[in-house]
Write a protein that binds this ligand. Structure first.
Ligand code: GLU
Length: 380
């Protein structure tokens, strides 16, 4: 126990920027309306952290949930246009409630609505980052949500757990706190007969850990533990920490930064990923896939090598030089890595299986020895 506490304290002592993700279940009452007391409480806590010297960004769900409450809709709509319309009603309620609550402390809510495209476009990505850093200099707390009203399936983050992981990566924030309606990651199904306990610390989001993602979905939100674990995997791989805790616990944010042993802490990988690698590995949606043989798999994952044409067995999708693609194992298609390709899908189709010295002969030219250079690749 002592050792665990030491790790927590050690990690928390390096934290300067914190992304706090607040789920719909934490923000709405049982009858579907925004829970003003709860928002007031969390806004007050965010301000407190800010006054302690942390830069805090809130990623808040609740647009659809609050829209449903406002419009008296009981069941979460199933179609995209309906969801978008409901979100348009709910988001304005949500942000004005945050603003009212921050105003009590002399702060402002700064609304930032994002789509996946804003992360894919380098210019917009950097602008978002700059705006948030500028807001840190003002008495304003950024409140981020997906721009549900204009997001269509192809450009959706899917859920705010994924969005909060990308925002953490964007800002190189050292800690992502996911506030949920559960106390953390349980060691067994929490509604069962035998009592489940919260796992205090997870070293690695392994397949075994993923098995513990019991589905406790609420009526209004999306996600559940599975998407939280995916978010934890993204952030910890990039070298930052994640804590999943109960958003209704009294003074939860302050307790966390003071090192109290609550929720589940996901340990960061030792090495911090550069911003560029975070961008390659997690931010950009891949344009295609290459499948590789066992030898290449070993070279990439065990030896830290680049991907050569000789190890590629097949190509999927249409992409050009400079696109991000996924590298998968040939057998079961397991995702191994992502990287920036030096060759188009058409070229790879021709040179797959070729030794490097044969590329020029096959194509009539050779751009690079490697199909994906190690420096442009992230093992997942
Ligand atoms: N953006 C959605 C909303 O505000 C929430 C998505 C989620 O809960 O993950 O309702």
């Amino acid at each position: 126990m002592k050792l665990k506490d030491d790790i927590r304290t050690q990690i928390l002592s390096k934290v300067k920027k914190i992304v706090v993700k607040i789920g719909t279940g934490v923000l709405t009452t049982d009858d579907g309306y925004l829970d003003k007391e709860q928002i007031k409480n969390l806004a007050g806590q965010a301000v407190e952290l800010n006054k302690m010297g942390y830069h805090v960004v809130v990623v808040s769900s609740g647009a659809i949930g609050s829209g449903m409450g406002e419009l008296g809709i009981e069941k979460r709509p199933a179609t995209l246009p309906e969801l978008q319309a409901v979100a348009a009603v709910g988001q304005s309620k949500l942000i004005s409630m945050y603003d009212d609550c921050f105003k009590l402390h002399g702060y402002h809510a700064a609304q930032i609505l994002l789509t996946r495209e804003d992360f894919e476009d380098r210019q917009r990505y950097l602008n978002t980052c700059n705006t948030i850093h500028t807001l840190f200099q003002l008495n304003a707390i950024p409140v981020v949500n997906e721009n549900d009203t204009i997001s269509v399936d192809e450009i959706k983050f899917g859920d705010n757990d994924a969005l909060s992981a990308l925002v953490t990566n964007l800002l190189n924030a050292e800690l992502l706190i996911i506030l949920s309606s559960v106390d953390g990651l349980y060691d067994k199904f929490p509604a069962g007969k035998s009592k489940a306990a919260v796992i205090p610390m997870v070293k690695n989001v392994s397949d075994e850990v993923r098995q513990l993602a019991f589905d406790l979905k609420t009526k209004r939100g999306v996600g559940g533990m599975q998407t939280k674990l995916e978010a934890a995997s993204v952030v910890t791989n990039a070298g930052e920490a994640v804590i999943i805790a109960n958003g209704r616990m009294d003074g939860v944010l302050k307790k966390i930064v003071q090192g109290e042993h609550i929720g589940t802490l996901f340990l960061p990988k030792e090495e911090k990923m550069t911003s560029r690698k975070r961008w390659i590995g997690y931010t950009i949606k891949p344009k295609g896939k290459v499948y590789i043989d066992d030898g290449a798999m070993h070279a990439l994952t065990e030896k830290g090598k680049s991907l050569l044409a000789s190890g590629i067995v097949s190509v999927e999708g249409t992409f050009t030089k400079g696109d991000i693609i996924t590298i998968c194992g040939k057998g079961n298609g397991t995702i191994v890595a992502r990287g920036l390709t030096n060759y188009s899908s058409e070229e790879i189709e021709k040179i797959k299986g070729c030794s490097t010295s044969h590329i020029a002969k096959t194509l009539g030219y050779k751009l690079y020895d490697e199909v994906i250079h190690r420096d442009n690749m992230v093992i997942l």
